[in-house]
Design a protein around this ligand. Structure first.
Ligand code: CAA
Length: 258
């Protein structure tokens, strides 16, 4: 059943805002955090709410010790054919997650498989505990990634790694994910949340408008030809040039005590 508006999420824990950071934790350990329809809708609701909250500057997305998320819930997915998927609230939930303008840092321990790996790829930064594993096993089910995995994986990890994951279905470990560029840091097992939170706090301490525009400009690198991306970057750069915040911060640097 989809959650009703205002109800506490069943599959997530959502922290209070702390230093501009909200932590959303997928908490369905008995199913290795498999992303049932309800989980996806709750995630989209939580991320959308954080995006709209001026007090939230960065989101940390975490899972459990054994699994960040073991993919879409196969018990539910088996019933969905093509037309049903097109109209389904879980498809819309993914779109709502991608539409968020709030920076998001993934803290990955354990397995990030299928839709779980695609969720990591949907974050702006990913930090992996050394025991994390990343994979797109859909091919072993006669299916394929359907939440942006083929595109985001090819763009973040390159063609060969993307093909290997998508065509073999075999996972790679955290060290290989680090080498490929899927994650930016590997830390000791169990430390991913602490490191992701430290990075999120650092992002949250930066001016909100500049952070969101800069993030958007980087994301354009995945969506536009170079010349269009540079043009969009320069428009945001000029918009921020007129902001009081920029003047204040640059003046503070020049007038710092020496
Ligand atoms: N969907 C539904 N249930 C899942 C699940 C999933 N993706 N992954 C794990 N579970 C459930 C198991 O059925 C099991 O439930 P019961 O206790 O009721 O039997 C429970 O979680 C624990 O799982 P295991 O006993 O299998 O635990 P394990 O540690 O031995 O193995 C695992 C964990 C490697 C993740 C294994 O469960 C597994 O291979 N899961 C499937 C992973 C997968 O194929 N993911 C891709 C799904 S498809 C997708 O994401 C996109 C798409 O739809 C196209």
């Amino acid at each position: 059943m989809p959650p009703s508006a205002g109800a506490a999420p069943a599959d997530l824990r959502i922290s209070a805002v702390d230093d501009g950071v909200v932590t959303i934790t997928i908490a369905r350990p008995e199913a290795r955090n498999a992303l049932r329809h309800q989980t996806m809708i709750e995630l989209a609701d939580a991320i959308t709410a954080a995006d709209r909250d001026e007090a939230v500057r960065c989101i940390v997305l975490a899972g459990g010790e054994k699994a960040f998320a073991a993919g879409a819930d196969i018990a539910e997915m088996i019933a969905l054919d093509g037309p049903a998927l097109e109209q389904h609230p879980r498809t819309e939930a993914w779109r709502r997650i991608w539409a968020s303008g709030c920076p998001m840092v993934a803290a990955v321990e354990g397995l990030a498989l299928g839709g779980g790996c695609e969720l990591v790829l949907s974050c702006d930064i990913a930090i992996a505990g050394s025991g994390a594993r990343f994979g797109q096993p859909e091919i072993t089910l006669g299916w394929m990634p359907g939440a942006g995995g083929t595109q985001r994986l090819a763009r973040s990890a390159g063609k060969s790694v993307a093909m290997q994951l998508v065509l073999t279905g075999d996972p790679i470990d955290a060290a290989a994910a680090l080498r490929s560029g899927m994650v930016s840091e590997m830390v000791a097992a169990g430390d991913a949340l602490a490191r992701a939170t430290a990075i999120a706090r650092r992002i949250a301490s930066q001016p909100r408008a500049a952070t969101r525009l800069a993030r958007h400009a980087v994301l354009l690198a995945f969506e536009t030809p170079l010349a269009d991306g540079v043009q969009a970057e320069q428009a945001s750069f000029r918009a921020l040039a007129s902001s009081d915040e920029r003047h204040r911060r640059m003046r503070a640097f020049l007038e710092r005590p020496r």
